[in-house]
Design a binder for this molecule. Structure first.
Ligand code: GDP
Ligand code: MG
Length: 166
């Protein structure tokens, strides 16, 4: 199995932490400069039966000016060019207009989206279901996977789901 996957989400939700955890020390092609280039390869995950290329996107946020507007269009085109989108959110943050904005943009593309609910180590286990429910009502995610990128909880499951899907 192989394919292109882009990791999107608001700043500080844990996108880089997740990528670091997945890629580990195996790869040198890694950059954390936001909004500089288009379709930049951020890392390649390889195992016996899969090769998954993670793509950096210019980021999705509410445009504050014309250039921001242009960057948004680039980001959306990038989403169309990948096989799968991982939309990462912070389990400990209340759902707000920032997430609403991203979800509206997701509705403009037909690329399948997995919701990755990160930082579950910061909330009570009983509260995870509530977070899942909140997001599930907003969009038809192909999969919803709660993880802790920092501690690695459930990251192997996420990788299995990605590999199965590609
Ligand atoms: P990005 O802006 O989406 O790339 O977010 P980063 O990966 O830079 O993470 C932002 C902050 O959240 C850092 O201080 C991380 O250590 C922290 N963080 C990331 N994932 C987790 C997690 O699963 N649990 C906790 N508690 N903190 C996390
Ligand atoms: Mg980052």
């Amino acid at each position: 199995k192989s394919g292109f996957v882009s990791i999107i989400g608001r700043p500080n939700v844990g996108k880089s932490t997740l990528l670091n955890h997945v890629i580990g020390q195996k790869i040198a092609i890694m950059s954390d400069k936001p909004q500089t280039t288009r379709n930049k390869i951020q890392g390649v995950y390889t195992s016996n039966h899969s090769q998954i290329v993670f793509i950096d996107t210019p980021g999705i946020h509410k445009p504050k000016h014309k250039l921001g507007d242009f960057m948004m269009k680039v980001a959306q085109n990038t989403l169309r060019e990948v096989d799968l989108v991982l939309y990462v959110v912070d389990a400990a943050e209340a759902f707000g207009s920032g997430e609403e904005f991203i979800i509206e943009r997701l509705k403009d593309t037909s690329t399948p989206v997995f919701l990755v609910i990160n930082k579950i180590d910061k909330i009570a286990p009983d509260d995870v279901l509530g977070v899942i429910d909140t997001y599930r009502t907003k969009y038809d995610f192909k999969e919803v996977i709660p993880i802790s990128a920092l501690q690695g909880n459930n990251v192997p499951t996420l990788m299995e789901q990605i590999t199965e899907y590609l």
